[in-house]
Design a protein around this ligand. Structure first.
Ligand code: HEC
Ligand code: HEC
Ligand code: HEC
Ligand code: HEC
Ligand code: HEC
Length: 455
């Protein structure tokens, strides 16, 4: 009798083991399945992998939970919204699947605030990434990676020996799908509200097999550990993106030309500006596109130094209004709904930038809440308007038609086109007291052309 029981329980635990191996718990189902102490801290890796550790500390992924704006959006908007709106209840835990994955796996949600110094603060850590063995399903999204922490670290190379751990060559770490598990996000309406990997896949880099790692973890000769071997192509853990002014510099190019080199006062002058995404492997803006503002501002200066702002010509596509800067359009009213304000008028849709004027072109994907108003809450997005962002290795051309004033002085007119980028629409940043470094606009490119006004 006791023997039979034993056999049954062995058989049962064997079945459980097989089941666990064939259907790993991923995405929402992984909540609370792995305690914190299964993962080593970044400080443990830093003793040997010093340069990589210092690089990672400077990357946003090591701050994905502690960064000021992440803390504000999660605790002031997402968590209260999850508490009052059943449709979005899942985000209270779900945001952490990508931003504080150790806390998510430990079932510690919401985690303690960053100031309390819990292990949630480790954000996207060394051991989290190097314990990912693969992903489940056909498409990487919503943290559907498979986590298997322990003695064995997943790495890109075969036969690597370390005194601290075992290593396993895992080609998955060299794939774009590895990144896509967190860089594609599907919201409660089933929309891809973050689609960096999907944009990459359908673009020329994806089709040509130039993966994320080549631009964000470029290889350089060096060692990956103090006592490691010399490598011709050590993968640098830079992960620099929109928060790095150098990565942003020149990311959209602009060239502008007049239709004729000579004109008379009273003539109509047509100018054409061509804007190119020549540097990124996905759209610009990508990822948190709901928050970003990317725009072109064009000004002319006449021979006497007077300046004129030139608005873009309308093209007439669906929802174009969202892409033309307005001083009066309001949006983001759902912030008021979440905070429980009656009749909240919303905030300035296009921010409050000195470098923007009504009529400037904005390259954006408008995210619309269930009432059709623009939102920065990507989890509250029920529809999109027309996607008017810059696709990789593609250009967009914009025309500006200018009726030259009758009193325009003779001489050269200089026309300057500038491209600006702001990580967070400034009206929202100011309203939610997000530090200005997050939303202050950066000039990312400029070009000038001239024509002559005849006497
Ligand atoms: C966002 C996920 C991620 C994080 C966080 C991360 N790594 Fe990596 N790491 C990778 C990927 C992906 C590769 C392989 C890149 C390739 O070869 O294409 C890699 C490669 C490595 C390598 C081998 C480098 C080489 O070229 O041989 C070491 C060592 C390493 N990581 C250690 C660390 C340490 C230590 C930390 C924390 C300080 C860390 N990683 C943080 C994703 C990550
Ligand atoms: C476990 C989830 C996860 C994985 C896997 C992951 N990322 Fe990230 N990544 C994030 C999160 C979350 C952020 C946002 C950090 C923040 O809050 O600003 C981020 C931010 C970034 C940024 C910075 C963007 C900026 O605004 O400056 C880059 C670049 C980036 N990731 C590249 C990669 C690449 C390349 C890979 C694959 C090698 C990868 N990530 C894998 C979660 C992940
Ligand atoms: C006692 C030193 C030491 C510590 C601590 C340590 N490592 Fe390593 N690790 C090494 C050495 C040495 C290598 C081999 C490097 C080489 O030969 O190029 C290595 C290699 C690796 C590789 C590369 C595998 C490959 O395929 O190229 C990864 C990934 C890695 N370590 C991750 C980690 C992580 C994550 C931590 C912290 C949880 C960590 N290591 C802690 C010494 C250490
Ligand atoms: C050809 C080089 C290249 C490739 C390939 C590439 N990126 Fe980028 N990435 C860039 C540049 C340049 C930027 C800076 C422009 C920007 O922020 O939009 C950037 C920005 C980003 C950002 C910040 C975007 C934003 O608007 O906040 C993230 C996140 C990111 N990349 C992740 C990825 C992931 C994930 C992949 C692969 C699926 C990838 N990148 C492939 C060059 C590349
Ligand atoms: C599927 C993974 C995933 C989920 C789920 C997720 N995020 Fe993110 N989040 C990211 C990635 C990746 C980035 C970086 C994108 C970029 O820079 O383009 C990011 C960026 C952000 C940023 C902007 C940081 C910055 O300035 O670039 C905030 C704030 C943020 N997330 C908050 C949240 C909140 C709140 C939730 C839950 C409602 C959430 N995220 C859910 C992956 C995720």
């Amino acid at each position: 009798m006791s023997r039979r029981l034993l056999v049954t329980s062995v058989a049962l635990s064997f079945t459980a083991l097989v089941a666990a191996q064939t259907t790993p718990k991923v995405s929402d189902d992984a909540l609370g399945t792995i305690p914190y102490d299964k993962f080593e801290r970044p400080a443990a890796c830093a003793t040997c992998h010093t340069d990589i550790a210092r690089q990672h500390e400077q990357a946003m992924m090591s701050q994905a939970y502690t960064h000021h704006w992440d803390e504000i959006e999660y605790f002031e908007l997402a968590v209260p919204h999850a508490g009052k709106e059943p449709k979005v209840a899942g985000v209270k835990a779900g945001c952490n699947g990508c931003h504080a994955p150790l806390a998510f796996l430990a079932g510690d949600v919401p985690p303690k605030k960053p100031a309390e110094g819990s292990r949630a603060n480790e954000s996207v850590s060394c051991d989290l990434c190097h314990s990912i063995t693969g992903f489940s399903g056909d498409l990487p999204y919503n943290f559907n990676w498979i986590s298997s922490p322990g003695k064995v670290k997943q790495g890109p190379r075969p036969g690597v020996v370390s005194p601290h751990h075992e290593t396993r060559e895992n080609p998955f770490l060299r794939s774009a799908e590895f990144c896509g598990t967190c860089h594609n996000e599907k919201d409660p309406w089933g929309l891809f509200v973050k689609s960096t990997h999907l944009e990459w896949k359908e673009g020329p880099h994806g089709k040509g097999g130039i993966v994320c790692q080549q631009c964000h973890m470029p290889p350089a000769p060096g060692r990956s550990a103090r006592m490691g071997s010399d490598l011709p192509d050590m993968r640098q853990h830079l992960f620099h993106g929109a928060h790095d002014p150098g990565k942003l510099a020149g990311v959209a190019e602009v060239r502008i030309h007049p239709e004729t080199r000579e004109a008379e006062p009273g003539d109509t002058m047509k100018l054409t500006a061509v804007v190119v995404n020549a540097k990124a492997g996905h759209k610009i803006p990508s990822g948190s596109a709901e928050e970003r503002v990317l725009w072109m501002h064009v000004e002319a200066t006449d021979a006497k130094g007077a300046t004129y702002h030139l608005p873009v010509d309308r093209k007439g596509f669906k929802d174009e209004d969202f892409t033309v800067a307005s001083a009066t359009a309001m949006a983001y009213q759902d912030i008021g709904d979440i905070k429980g304000f009656a009749n909240f008028p919303g905030l300035k849709r296009d921010g409050t930038y000195a470098a923007m004027a009504p009529g400037d072109r904005i390259f954006r994907l408008p995210y619309l809440d269930p009432q059709g108003r623009m939102t920065i809450a990507q989890w509250n997005t029920a529809a999109f308007a027309t996607d008017y962002r810059l696709a990789p290795l593609s250009a967009v051309s914009e025309t500006l038609t200018w009726k030259l004033p009758d009193a325009l002085p003779a001489g050269d007119v200089t026309v300057t086109a500038k491209i600006y980028y702001s990580r967070l629409v400034s009206s929202v940043g100011e309203y939610l007291a997000v530090p200005a470094e997050e939303w202050a606009p950066v000039e990312i490119n400029t070009h000038q052309t001239t024509f002559t006004v005849l006497p």
